[in-house]
Design a binder for this molecule. Structure first.
Ligand SMILES: [Zn+2]
Length: 120
């Protein structure tokens, strides 16, 4: 049983790393499109640039929805949505998983204090 969990730990850690990378990509898409929309609207003038800014703004709103739909790597439920939207949540709205958490870091404090690591 213990050997099985030690074999699964790297795979689980990789799944978390992939999930956090996906979250980072979604957040960057939102930031880039929103900043492009605001920058174009403020700095450029003319009907064509207004259209470009509107498209960038629409893409930023789609990115926002995409970001909010991101699922927690631990519980697979929407990280930022549980009855209400909390886009700046630092923990999963369902299971409390802290942002940027990796499974190995979960076990280090318990082992360093001489306690039994949590069995799963
Ligand atoms: Zn969760």
């Amino acid at each position: 049983m213990k050997a099985r969990t030690s074999q699964q730990a790297p795979e689980m850690r990789q799944a978390y790393v992939r999930a956090w990378r996906q979250y980072r990509i979604r957040r960057w898409c939102l930031t880039c499109f929103a900043m492009a929309a605001v920058g174009i609207a403020l700095l450029c003038h003319g009907r064509t640039w207004e259209t470009v800014a509107a498209v960038a703004w629409a893409l930023s709103m789609l990115s926002y929805v995409w970001l909010l739909a991101w699922r927690c790597p631990r519980c697979s439920r929407p990280y930022f949505f549980a009855g209400f939207i909390h886009p700046f949540a630092r923990r999963c709205m369902h299971c409390g998983l802290p942002k940027w958490h990796l499974p190995d870091t979960d076990q280090r404090p318990a082992q360093s204090q001489g306690e039994e690591p949590e069995k799963r």
